[in-house]
Design a protein. Sequence first.
Length: 264
Amino acid sequence: MTAAEPTPGPEGPRRGRRFGLRGQAVVAVLCALLGFAIVTQVDTNASSRLSTARQADLVDVLDNLNARAEQLRTQIAAEQSTLRDLTSGTDQTQAALTEARHQLQTLQILAGTIPVTGPGIILAIDDPTHAVTADVFVDAIQELRDAGAEAIEIRGAPPAAAGGRATPAPTAVRLVASSYVVDSPDGRGVVVDGVGLAPPYDLLAIGDPETLDRALAIPGGVLDTIKGKNATATVSRHANLEITAVRTPAPTANIHPVASAPPG
């Protein structure tokens, strides 16, 4: 079954003009939001750390922000191109279908319901004394997201197998917007979205490897914090990284989409 194509009528040009104005408004709002994202890349808590950083470290931070800004500019250009395709008056149905499929895939990635692959980094944490607590993981996840990570997975040993790398296959948890990390009741690991994990840990993130690496290496940041707890932390860059853990969407009982208003 295919969607019926609309029959052009006398209202066509007028609606086209209204749609064009709306499209321009969408681009303006998108640019404003992405511009705001560029400005807020530096966490407000980082100001005290950066005030004592070396010049070379500050240059790395600036390069990191410049790289993220370039990613956002590219995203703006892509959204503008999509808008032109949808409002060009030719092949609108095919363009809309292509965009719908793209949006579906994007939502599946954000929801963590499909495996993904791409360049990225692995942060390996060896914590024999169980000193790395949940707040360290929260900081690491936030730094990676601010640096443009598009998908994140955390792996660890099952709690019963804590104490070394000679363990059963590690447990993996895909992180999404609603994810949480807390300390385990016994103090020997963390609980991620209800799943217990023990050291050693691997934090996988897909995104620009150099930008993600620099985000973790900010003076006084995640790597310094982990090393200050007598644990070891190493970052490795990968041209092709696979994140295979997926999530099952939770069923909803009370929420329903709002019906779209007819075009005016």
